[in-house]
Ligand binder design. Structure first.
Ligand code: 5GP
Ligand code: MN
Ligand code: MN
Length: 470
């Protein structure tokens, strides 16, 4: 496949075969994925989706994923038969990141680090299917699916102000709990307030560098500040919804006369029975994911307060696996689009009406985890942001989990992390190896490219002090 280098940060795949639009890959030469990992072919495959507009985009942290690449962004025109594809959202629906900041300096943290990490480890259920912070009845779960974090606040978890610091005010509209299968409900019932496994984590970090003082101040961040970052999603419930609807759409495609280059891109028109059913269930899973991060954040705040006497304030909560119905201008016309972001983050520009009043001038905070041994970043949305106001979501893998387990010595990794002052809690050797820093791209390079490509700007760089792994 031929890649045309348009700028040092932007490559283009000319339409060929079934592609309806070009592919656009935001990357540097160094960050481009290897040709044999299949992810560039996936960018081209996505460009063949019915109703796709402008381009099939990939972010600098891109790598291979189910159907869509991780780091993929694609928008379809709802009124022109545009489709929604569950593979464009991913199995962990509304997986995302929450950042909380403590009124605490890293110099005050050292002597309580072990205690705080032990407390966080106890307060954070993790692993496949074990324990949850919030035991809900089935009726409670249905409320949570409809109202997300708003329901959690209503039931005494956290405070009203938290909701202003969440994308969509803590809950997406149009959730239809009635579209969620019994199996998905069963899987979700006992997991509200749990990390899950592997790539999901709760990390204590310190602000190490500020790139933009004004924006950092607006987000409530200062040099040396101790923060807590939480990465998790919709657990078994989201996974089951994706499975259910991929199957259903796959079965309906022939009848609708739809074809795609890869079966994993199973899709249906947004405006069809299958499309609406998926979007209603997906939105319910998104609300589940937000409430999940919300209650984990509240539980973490209690631990930090108990040990240090200082609480945690929410900086922001974002999702990086979602499809959203949004209005954008395309070729001079306002269009209603279904924007898929899979391993990509929305980055609203300054002035956007969906931002809370006190962040409206700053633009949206964007949270980028890197790895447990390197850095993580806070970015902000910018005016004119490309790819429907989207940017990266992480460092992105260079090695599959399988490869990482084969090549990385977990015991040595744990020693190295502890040696550099990072407290590690609760991960199997296998889990640790899968998420080794060397299995990921250089996050500093990824965010520099995202900024260079005009997708966002850098605000602050955070470094890990301790990590609780899923
Ligand atoms: P994903 O949602 O694609 O599973 O993961 C998002 C990003 O999280 C990855 O691309 C990686 O950069 C980052 N990540 C994975 N594990 C950790 C961790 O333990 N700590 C931090 N800070 N980031 C991580
Ligand atoms: Mn996830
Ligand atoms: Mn994620």
């Amino acid at each position: 496949m031929e890649l045309v280098e348009e700028t040092p940060f932007r490559f283009r795949i000319e339409p060929h075969g079934a592609m309806r639009v070009p592919g656009v890959v935001f990357a540097s030469r160094r960050l481009l994925p290897p040709k044999d990992d299949g992810s560039l072919t996936q960018v081209a495959n996505v460009a063949a989706l019915p109703g796709i507009v402008r381009a099939s985009y990939a972010m600098p942290d891109m790598h291979w994923g189910y159907g869509f690449p991780i780091g993929g962004v694609a928008a379809t025109d709802v009124r022109a038969g545009g489709v929604v594809s569950p593979g464009g959202v991913g199995f962990d629906i509304s997986c995302g990141v929450r950042l909380l900041a403590a009124d605490l300096d890293r110099s005050e943290f050292g002597h309580v680090a072990e205690k705080v990490l032990n407390g966080l480890s106890r307060a954070t259920p993790r692993g496949a299917g074990r324990g949850a912070v919030w035991q809900l009845s089935r009726d409670g779960l249905e409320h949570l699916l409809a109202e997300g974090s708003r329901y959690a606040v209503e039931r005494g978890w956290g405070v009203q102000r938290d909701l202003e610091r969440c994308e969509d005010g803590g809950a997406v509209d149009d959730a239809e709990p009635g579209r969620v299968s019994a199996r998905a409900l069963d899987r979700g019932l006992g997991q509200v307030g749990s990390l899950g496994s592997g790539n999901h984590f709760l990390e204590v970090q310190a602000v190490d560098e500020i790139y933009d003082e004004g924006l950092a101040g607006a987000f409530g961040l200062r040099p040396g500040q101790v923060c807590v970052m939480i990465h998790c999603g919709s657990r078994g419930l989201g996974h089951q919804i994706c499975t259910d609807h991929v199957r259903r759409m796959d079965e309906s495609m022939a009848d609708r006369g739809l074809s795609v280059p890869d079966r994993q891109l199973a899709c249906a028109p947004v405006d069809s029975a299958e499309g609406r059913a998926y979007l209603g269930a997906m939105a319910a899973a998104a609300n589940y994911a937000r409430a999940n991060r919300h209650v984990l954040g509240v539980a973490a705040g209690e631990v930090v307060r108990e040990v240090t006497g200082r609480g945690l304030d929410l900086v922001y909560d974002i999702s990086h696996n979602l499809a959203k119905i949004e209005s954008h201008e395309v070729e001079g016309h306002r269009r209603t689009l279904c924007v898929h972001r899979k391993g990509a983050t929305r980055a609203l520009p300054p002035g956007h009406p969906e931002l809370p009043p006190d962040l409206r001038e700053a633009g949206q905070p964007v949270l980028i985890p890197g790895s447990m041994g390197t850095a993580s970043h806070v970015l902000a949305g910018v005016a004119g942001g490309d790819a429907f106001h989207s940017t990266c979501h992480g460092a992105g893998r260079t090695q599959s989990r399988h490869q990482a387990v084969r090549t990385i010595d977990a015991r040595r990794l744990r020693r190295e992390l502890e040696h550099s002052g990072i407290v590690v809690r609760g991960s199997s050797a296998r889990g640790l190896a899968e998420e080794a820093p060397t299995a990921y791209k250089d996050v500093d390079a990824v965010v520099a490219v995202a900024e260079g490509a005009g997708l966002c700007r850098r605000v602050a760089r955070l470094v890990p002090l301790g990590v609780v792994k899923g």
